[in-house]
Write a protein that binds this ligand. Structure first.
Ligand code: SF4
Ligand code: SF4
Length: 376
């Protein structure tokens, strides 16, 4: 029988297979979509670290897909959105069903299992919105031409569907940091987790006969470092840390500050009901309807606040700390023209200027008697 648990992202109680049991602290991340350049360095950093073995050939724990037509696996979000039916947000809370509440009679969740083929084409559909059809584009789209890059990893959800679905109890959520793991000794490859996770972030390894998933780079986390896909990100779009419940949000915790206080980073498909813990700064140039479906009704307010960051030193400083250190930032402050980051003991990790200093060198270098072409 399902239990009633509170999900702050949909602001109401909902059904979940297990009782509410929050970890001591929750692994979390903010991704700024506006800065992603789809270089896939994160994908390769993860692949070479964790999934270069046999049976892992088409497994991407981290992937970056071009929305609206890129998917990994094929049509993953379209399929579950369609199965879920109308998703209605009220003024205060989500009024539709989550995937747990929409579960068919006798089931723990609503879901589907992708075919092997669906994992084999991670770039299918990536270039579909390029030009109007008369200029040679493959597809006619019913909206203005736009796209954006969506970097995706496991959300280490507060209410993981993968965990709820496992008939062996092989999936667990760590008390110390909320990371969701599959115990390889317990897993028998039933693939219920693959069917249940609406984000499709568990994978089957046909060589080991078990399911595998992102481990949140827990060895790095345990030594105070951010995960591989974060520290290698070329666009500096990622910040890792720990998130509090909204009523316990700390202004000096950068994740709390962006998610709870300034509300510029939003969860991916909160209506699924999993309380996912990767939060996204929504892309500024994309139409509201599409973004509301993806990130919930707060999306326009988030975009507005983000647009004003240049005149808002604390927000700007917080955003500039993304990609500034491989270590986990537990707190931050902005003083004068500088943002400072601190570890869990309050020791300074790094500092970043709010404005990049610019040095203009003379066009003619007298000491060397040469002209310079690059003077800044
Ligand atoms: S994103 Fe999927 S795999 Fe990751 S914790 Fe949530 S339900 Fe499980
Ligand atoms: S490394 Fe960063 S910028 Fe490059 S694709 Fe990944 S998330 Fe985007």
């Amino acid at each position: 029988m399902p239990h009633q648990v509170f999900n702050w992202q949909i602001n109401r109680k909902m059904d979940y297979w297990y009782p509410e049991a929050r970890p001591q602290r929750q692994w979390a991340a903010v991704f700024d979509i506006n800065k992603c350049i789809a270089c896939q360095t994160c994908t390769i950093a993860c692949k070479t670290t964790w999934t270069s073995g046999r049976g892992q050939e088409t497994m991407l724990w981290n992937n970056v897909e071009t929305k609206p037509f890129g998917f990994y696996p094929t049509a993953w979000d379209l399929r579950i959105l369609k199965m879920l039916g109308a998703q209605k947000w009220g003024k205060e809370e989500y009024e539709g069903d989550t995937i747990f509440e929409a579960a068919p009679e006798g089931e723990r969740y609503l879901g589907y299992r992708p075919d092997d083929e669906d994992w084999a084409h991670p770039n299918l559909g990536e270039d579909e919105c390029s030009e109007p059809i008369e200029k040679g584009a493959y597809l006619q789209v019913p909206h203005a031409v736009w796209f954006f890059y969506l970097a995706r990893i496991c959300n280490h959800c507060t209410y993981p569907a993968c965990l709820a679905a496992c008939p062996r109890g092989a999936i667990y959520k760590r008390q110390e940091d909320g990371i969701v793991l599959i115990d390889q000794r317990q897993c028998r490859g039933h693939r219920e987790c693959m069917q249940a996770c609406p984000y499709k972030k568990t994978f089957f390894n046909p060589v080991t006969g078990t399911s595998e998933k992102c481990i949140g780079c827990f060895p790095a986390i345990e030594s105070g470092m951010q995960p591989q896909c974060f520290t290698n990100c070329i666009g500096k779009i990622r910040l890792h840390g720990f998130i509090s419940l909204p009523e316990k949000a700390r202004e000096d915790n950068p994740i709390d500050y962006l998610v709870h206080i300034r509300k510029i980073a939003l969860p991916l498909y909160p209506q699924f009901g999993l309380e996912p813990n990767v939060y996204y700064v929504p892309p500024l140039h994309v139409k509201e309807k599409f973004l509301v479906q993806m990130f919930g009704p707060q999306v326009e307010a988030a975009k507005e606040a983000y647009m004003k960051a240049k005149d808002d030193p604390t927000l700007l400083g917080c955003l500039l700390l993304f990609g500034s250190t491989p270590r986990i930032i537990h707190s931050f402050k902005v003083k004068g023209e500088t943002a400072y980051a601190y570890d869990d003991k309050g020791g300074e990790i790094c500092r970043v200027p709010l404005k990049e200093p610019v040095y203009i060198r003379p066009y003619f270098d007298e000491a060397r008697a040469v002209h310079r072409h690059n003077i800044s």
